[in-house]
Design a protein around this ligand. Structure first.
Ligand SMILES: Cc1cc2nc3c(=O)[nH]c(=O)nc-3n(C[C@H](O)[C@H](O)[C@H](O)COP(=O)(O)OP(=O)(O)OC[C@H]3O[C@@H](n4cnc5c(N)ncnc54)[C@H](O)[C@@H]3O)c2cc1C
Length: 321
């Protein structure tokens, strides 16, 4: 059994605000947990925007069994949210209530399972999944090289680019439901649409299986290099950003609507509409999440005034204002 002092991990070394006598206020019994449970854990370091508040609790499970144990004992008493690599997320400044689950190394395995199939842990970056697929001569996953998210993130968001989406290659995924149940969901269970899946709230994807088609490794690699270099030229990849801010409305490109509204480079506090790609918002240094989200709302208002089109957020905004 781990004692509270061992498992409550505060990076500033100060005493936690929450009562931890005997783990009494911990959300689940301490006995049996093998992962790391952190009270009031800063989340800004986990998201691309590098802004936002703390999680009431952050749980980093040791493996699937540990996550299952944790959820079973939690038994729906607190909200649960999975965090991938935070490349499509604003964590609000007031922090996230309940439990944030962050999957790490134990969930990063990638295994080639057949001539055209592979399985990946949900913390694996999809860019690495695409590289492994290419090396094995599995075509169809090259587009993943342009997306900086994790397998879990693209599975929920139906991440895609260059005319392909996760739903074109995902066959099924393994999930731990908030009550600890392990289920396998098929592609059709997920009812994919543009940047959306029907994955239940609080469900944690732990692994996914993909199918492509036979291809030549060198040709696939050349396609991936092309995608990477196009991305470097057209997106603010080295910046504190959250990817595409708004979904493209049918028949329109969000960046063009934003540009036409005169907002390229527009600033609000420490947040700015990217000069390079208008559908990207940037934290120029010390922006709060409030400023970033307010900038997004200003953009929505001005685009609506200019074009009559309502932009819909693609970025997930979570937590207390
Ligand atoms: C420079 C840049 C370029 C980008 N380009 C693209 C692009 O071309 N196409 C595209 O689609 N996206 C793009 N994105 C956005 C982003 O990479 C994708 O949306 C990606 O799917 C998010 O993955 P993530 O791991 O960062 O998820 P997060 O941002 O951490 O989370 C996003 C959502 O997924 C959920 N989630 C994460 N992990 C899990 C899990 N294990 N189980 C259940 N739910 C989970 C979260 O709860 C949240 O709801 C870009 C982002 C950046 C910063």
């Amino acid at each position: 059994m781990q004692q509270p002092d061992d498992w409550l991990d505060r990076d500033d070394g100060s005493a936690p605000n929450c009562a931890i006598e005997g783990g009494a206020s911990a959300p689940v019994p301490v006995e049996g947990i093998r992962g790391t449970l952190t009270c009031e854990a800063p989340l800004d370091k986990f998201v691309w925007f590098k802004s936002g508040g703390k999680a009431d609790w952050l749980f980093e499970p040791a493996d699937i069994e540990d996550l299952k144990f944790f959820c079973e004992h939690l038994d729906g008493s607190m909200p649960i949210m999975a965090l991938g690599v935070g490349s499509n997320m604003i964590i609000r400044d007031g922090g996230v209530p309940g439990i944030v689950i962050k999957l790490g190394k134990p969930f990063m395995d990638i295994e080639i399972t057949g001539d055209t199939t592979l399985q990946a842990g949900s913390a694996a970056p999809v860019s690495i999944v695409s590289r492994r697929a290419a090396k094995a001569g599995i075509d169809g996953l090259a587009f993943f090289t342009g997306i900086p998210g994790s397998v879990g993130g693209v599975t929920r968001m139906n991440g895609g680019c260059y005319g392909r989406e996760t739903c074109d290659v995902l066959t099924e995924c393994d999930v731990i439901l908030p009550d600890g149940q392990f289920v396998t969901l098929s592609n059709s269970d997920l009812q994919y649409s543009y940047r959306h899946s029907a994955l239940p709230d609080g469900a944690i994807v732990v692994a996914a299986r993909f199918e492509g088609f036979l291809g030549d490794p060198d040709t696939i690699k050349a396609e991936m290099d092309r995608i990477s270099s196009e991305r470097k030229d057209s997106q603010p990849i080295g910046s504190r950003t959250g990817g595409s801010t708004f979904k493209n409305p049918p028949g329109h490109s969000s960046w063009k609507l934003i540009d036409d509204a005169g907002l390229r480079g527009f600033k609000h506090g420490g947040a700015q509409v990217s000069e390079k790609h208008c559908n990207f918002l940037i934290n120029t240094g010390d922006a709060t999440s409030t400023e970033i989200e307010e900038l997004g709302e200003i953009v929505r208002e001005k685009v609506y005034a200019n074009s009559g089109i309502q932009l819909e957020w693609e970025i997930k905004r979570v937590g207390r204002p």
